[in-house]
Design a protein around this ligand. Structure first.
Ligand SMILES: O=C(O)[C@H](O)COP(=O)(O)O
Length: 339
């Protein structure tokens, strides 16, 4: 399994899908009100790594308690947002695709999920089922869109994700919704090509292992993980960032500022470029950043800053959610609605 490495405000943190629970799921198990521990995962064999297993428990203290006591009556998420202008940002790399399964370089080739990828997307949905989502952004590729839609089938708020079609005046006109109530029960999904996986050029369709044997492990690792070295006639991560991070700053960040909770379902490299921006990673640090398929990552956007909160665990898993006060209030509201 891959490992995602972040340089948060305290120490160096690694977390991954590796976890003590039966069905995986990185995340938190709070031993004490202000302590969170993360399980470190290990590198993924099918990515051409040696499969060295590193699995240690990292404990870091958080400045605020993992979950604040939720006392007064539950406010709706917009009220609580107005007071603390805190919003949630969820990032999910798509579930396993048919070419991930075949260990082929995919890039911008538009392949669907495998059965396992569908299951990963549904599991990811369980893990974010208590976190507010007001808008969804995906890439233009089906594997990311399938992941978003499947994940949302598990959401407890039961709003309907609807892909926005404004590629032409007719598409916009023909997909209008003529009921305000129905609109309130829906979540706009914006598919943006700028969030597509980085274009892998002449590697697309090639087997990763065979390519490493042909060009050498180091050269392929440099093409795959370096910041500014593009694969033959493809995009470097830097070139991918020029479109993906620009899109995030121009279109998504203003929505977070306005109080919207956002989910982005995209790809290993387009998300690496966005996380590099969110976590202010250097071009050296981003080399070791790996994202597993279908593992949600949660950020809190507050006072113009992004605070990484790791990967929420599933509602049925042991451990306590590393929730903020607002997220705990939102979850309590869902609990109230469910009764
Ligand atoms: O495009 C692909 O092949 C995968 O989405 C990511 O590939 P990578 O792990 O080689 O970046």
């Amino acid at each position: 399994m891959a490992v995602a490495t972040f340089r948060p405000n305290v120490g160096a943190l690694r977390f991954s899908e590796g976890s003590s629970s039966s069905h995986g799921g990185a995340g938190f198990s709070a031993f004490a009100p202000n302590k969170i521990s993360f399980k470190v995962g290990f590198m993924r064999k099918e990515d051409g790594y040696s499969g060295q297993r590193k699995s240690i428990m990292v404990t870091m203290s958080s400045q605020t308690p993992v979950i604040d006591p939720v006392s007064h009556s539950s406010q709706n998420s917009s009220d609580s947002k107005k007071k603390s202008n805190e919003t949630a940002l969820i990032l999910i790399r798509h579930g396993e695709s048919l070419w991930n399964e075949k260990n082929l370089f995919t890039g911008c080739v538009d392949v669907p999920l495998t059965k396992k990828g569908v299951e990963e997307a549904i599991e990811a949905g369980k893990r974010i089922s208590n976190i507010p989502v007001d808008m969804i952004y995906t890439s233009a590729l089906i594997r990311a869109q399938m992941t978003a839609m499947l994940a949302m089938t598990q959401h407890r708020r039961k709003k309907v994700p609807i892909i926005i079609h404004n590629e032409s005046e007719q598409a916009k006109t023909w997909s209008q919704i003529f009921s305000e109530d129905t609109k309130k029960q829906s979540i706009p999904v914006i598919a943006a090509w700028q969030l597509n996986e980085r274009m892998y050029g002449e590697l697309q369709g090639l087997n990763k292992q065979e390519t490493a044997e042909r060009f050498g492990k180091e050269q392929v690792h440099e093409w795959r993980r370096s910041y500014d070295v593009p694969p033959p006639n493809g995009e470097s991560l830097e070139m991918c960032a020029e479109r993906a991070v620009a899109y995030f700053k121009e279109n998504i960040e203003p929505q977070l500022h306005s109080g919207k909770n956002i989910m982005i379902a995209a790809h290993g490299n387009s998300l690496r470029s966005i996380i590099m921006y969110l976590d202010k990673l250097t071009s050296q640090e981003v080399i070791s950043l790996e994202l597993s398929t279908g593992i949600p990552m949660l950020y809190i956007f507050k006072e113009g800053k992004f605070i990484r909160r790791g990967s929420p665990v599933g509602p049925t898993e042991a451990g306590v959610y590393a929730y903020t006060r607002n997220l705990a209030l939102y979850r309590q509201k869902l609990d109230t609605m469910a009764h």
